[in-house]
Design a binder for this molecule. Structure first.
Ligand code: AHR
Length: 497
C-alpha cells in the first residue's frame, strides 16, 4: 500500500507560535557554567558569556529559554544570586546535589537572553517556597521604580524592568523526586494563590501550571483535572514533559515516539477541555510543552538519588546523540507542529551540555550534536500557518505503542512558501505521493537526516562525522519528481527525517 499526503492551503491547524522553538537552561551540570557562561574562555564577552555558544544558539533558532530549572528551581533562593557577585554565597542544591556558586543569577541570565534576542521564561520555586517569594521575584523582574524589589534591581544596576512575560508556577510538582513535592490539591491551591498574587503585580504575564512529569505518572490525568479545577480561570497553559529513549534495542518503538507524544498531547487537551466543559467556559487552556527531548534516562543516567555531592559544574546527563536520535527529534517536532493550535510553547530540554543539541569543552570548542540539525531546520522553515494534512500510510506494529504510522508529516505555509516535514519510520525506502490540488509546487530545497546503525561517540569529531554521513541538503532533482500538475513524488530513505 502506498503513502499519500494531501495538502491544501485552505485547511489549516493554526498559526505556528514562534515560542514553539524554545529551549531550556537549568542550573544543572554544565548547562550554565562552561555552557553558556565561562569567563576567560577565548570567545567570552565582557559579561563572561561564551560567544561561540551564543552564536550556535542563534543558529539553532531558539526563541525562548526557560530558566533556572527544572528540579533545581524547587529549592532555589533567587535573592542569593543577585547583587555584587563577590558577596554571593554558594548553596547546596539538593535537586542535583551540586554546590551552586551563584555566579550567574537572574540579572546575568535575563541580560544574556536580552542581548541574544531570546524571550525568557522564568520559573518560581513552589517546592520549598511560596507566594511571597514568587511575587518578590516577579516584582524584581518586572516592577517599576519605587517599591522594594524593583528598587533592589535598580540598585543592582538594572533600571529598566525586564518585562518577563512567561512564568512557570513551579516545576514537576507531581514528582516524588521534587524537593517540596505536593499532591494535586496542595499544589493546585498553592499555584492558584501564587498565580493570583503574581497577576496583581503584573496582569500582563502568562502563567503555566504544572501538568504531569510524564504520561507514565500514576497520577496522570487526575493531576491535570485537579490542578486545573483550582487554576482554570487564572492560568494560560498547563505544562507537559516527555523524554524518549531506545530501550532494549527496540528501534521500532523508539522511532514511533512521536505517536506517543501525539497521544499524550491529545489526552492532556481532553483533560483540560473536560474541566472547561464542566465550568461551561469558553476559555481554552493551551500547552506549554516545556521539556521534551530524547534522553537515555533509564539506560544511561545513574539515578538522581545516587549522585554524590559535587562542585565545579560536574559532567552530568551529557547524552551523546546519534543520527537515529536526531530522526526521532525531527519527528517529535512534526508532532508539535501538528498541534500548533493547542501547543504555543515548547522547550527542547536542554540547550547546552545537559541532554543538549550544543556541546562544549571548557576552554575549548563548542559543537553541534546531530539533534541540532532537525531542530534548527524546523525552526527556520516552519513559519506561518500549520496545515491540516491528510496522511494515508501503512501502520507499523510496535511493542510500546501498538500500531503507529510508518510515515508522518507536517507542513506550514507562509507567503506562498510551503515547508513540508516528513519522517519515514520504516526500515525501507518509501515513495510519498504528495497531492496539492490547491496549487502547483516548485521544490527549491531539501534536507534530510538518516538514522543508520552508527554508535554514538562523544566529541566534536563524531558530531562532524554524523553530519557528513547522515545530515545534509539533498539533490532535489534526484529525489523529487515534481511539476506534474498538482502531484509531486518524494522518495524517503529508510529511517529518515
Ligand atoms: O531536564 C532535566 C530534568 O528533567 C529537569 O530538571 C526536570 O524538570 C526533569 O525531570
Amino acid at each position: 500500500s502506498r503513502t499519500r499526503v494531501l495538502l491544501h492551503p485552505d485547511f489549516t491547524v493554526g498559526t505556528v507560535d514562534r515560542r514553539l522553538f524554545g529551549s531550556f537552561v537549568e542550573h544543572l551540570g554544565r548547562a550554565v557554567y562552561t555552557g553558556i557562561h565561562e569567563p576567560g574562555h577565548p570567545t567570552s564577552d565582557e559579561h563572561g558569556f561564551r560567544r561561540d555558544v551564543a552564536d550556535l544558539t542563534r543558529e539553532l533558532g531558539v526563541t525562548t529559554v526557560r530558566y533556572p530549572g527544572g528540579n533545581f528551581v524547587s529549592n532555589y533562593r533567587w535573592e542569593d544570586a543577585v547583587g555584587p557577585v563577590e558577596q554571593r554565597k554558594p548553596f547546596l542544591d539538593l535537586a542535583w546535589r551540586t554546590v551552586e556558586p551563584n555566579l550567574v543569577g537572574t540579572d546575568e541570565f535575563l541580560q544574556w537572553a536580552e542581548r541574544e534576542g531570546i524571550q525568557p521564561m522564568m520559573a518560581v520555586n513552589l517546592g520549598t517556597r511560596g507566594v511571597e517569594e514568587a511575587v518578590a521575584l516577579l516584582e524584581y523582574c518586572n516592577g517599576e521604580a519605587g517599591t522594594r524589589w524593583a528598587d533592589l534591581r535598580i540598585a543592582n544596576g538594572r533600571e529598566k524592568p525586564y518585562g518577563v512575560k512567561l512564568w512557570c508556577l513551579g516545576n514537576e510538582m507531581d514528582g516524588p523526586w521534587q524537593i517540596g513535592h505536593k499532591d494535586a490539591h496542595e499544589y493546585g491551591r498553592l499555584a492558584r494563590n501564587a498565580g493570583a498574587a503574581m497577576k496583581l503585580v503584573d496582569p500582563s504575564i502568562e502563567l503555566v501550571a504544572c501538568g504531569s512529569s510524564s504520561m507514565q505518572m500514576a497520577t496522570f490525568g487526575e493531576w491535570e483535572r485537579t490542578v486545573l479545577e483550582y487554576t482554570y480561570d487564572l492560568v494560560d497553559h498547563i505544562s507537559m514533559h516527555a523524554y524518549y529513549e531506545e530501550v532494549d534495542g527496540d528501534r521500532a518503538s523508539f522511532l514511533g515516539s512521536g505517536t506517543a507524544m501525539d497521544r499524550f498531547i491529545e489526552r492532556v487537551v481532553a483533560s483540560a477541555d473536560a474541566v472547561g466543559a464542566q465550568r461551561r467556559s469558553d476559555k481554552r487552556i493551551t500547552i506549554s510543552f516545556d521539556e521534551w527531548n530524547v534522553w537515555y534516562l533509564t539506560t544511561r543516567f545513574p539515578g538522581e538519588e545516587n549522585l554524590p555531592i559535587q562542585r565545579d559544574a560536574p559532567r552530568i546527563i551529557e547524552d551523546v546523540y546519534s543520527g537515529l536520535d536526531a530522526v526521532v527529534v525531527g519527528d517529535l517536532l512534526v508532532t508539535l507542529l501538528n498541534h500548533a493550535d493547542r501547543v504555543p510553547v515548547a522547550c527542547l530540554a536542554q540547550l547546552v551540555n545537559v541532554i543538549a543539541p550544543i556541546m562544549t569543552e571548557p576552554g575549548g570548542e563548542a559543537w553541534r550534536q546531530p539533534t541540532f540539525h532537525p531542530f534548527a531546520t524546523t525552526a527556520r522553515l516552519a513559519q506561518g500557518e500549520a496545515l491540516d494534512l491528510r496522511v494515508t500510510t501503512p501502520g507499523i506494529t510496535t511493542k510500546a505503542h501498538g500500531e503507529v504510522p510508518s510515515v508522518t508529516a507536517a507542513a506550514t505555509l507562509s507567503d506562498g512558501t510551503v515547508a513540508l516535514f516528513l519522517t519515514n519510520r520504516s526500515p525501507e525506502p518509501v515513495e510519498v505521493e504528495l497531492a496539492h490540488p490547491g496549487a502547483a509546487l516548485d521544490v527549491t530545497e531539501g534536507w534530510s537526516m538518516t538514522a543508520d546503525h552508527e554508535a554514538a561517540v562523544a566529541g566534536p569529531e563524531h558530531a562532524e562525522k554524523v553530519a557528513q554521513a547522515h545530515w545534509g541538503s539533498f539533490d532535489v532533482a534526484g529525489r523529487v519528481a515534481g511539476g506534474v500538475g498538482t502531484t509531486t513524488t518524494v522518495t524517503l530513505p529508510p529511517e529518515s527525517w
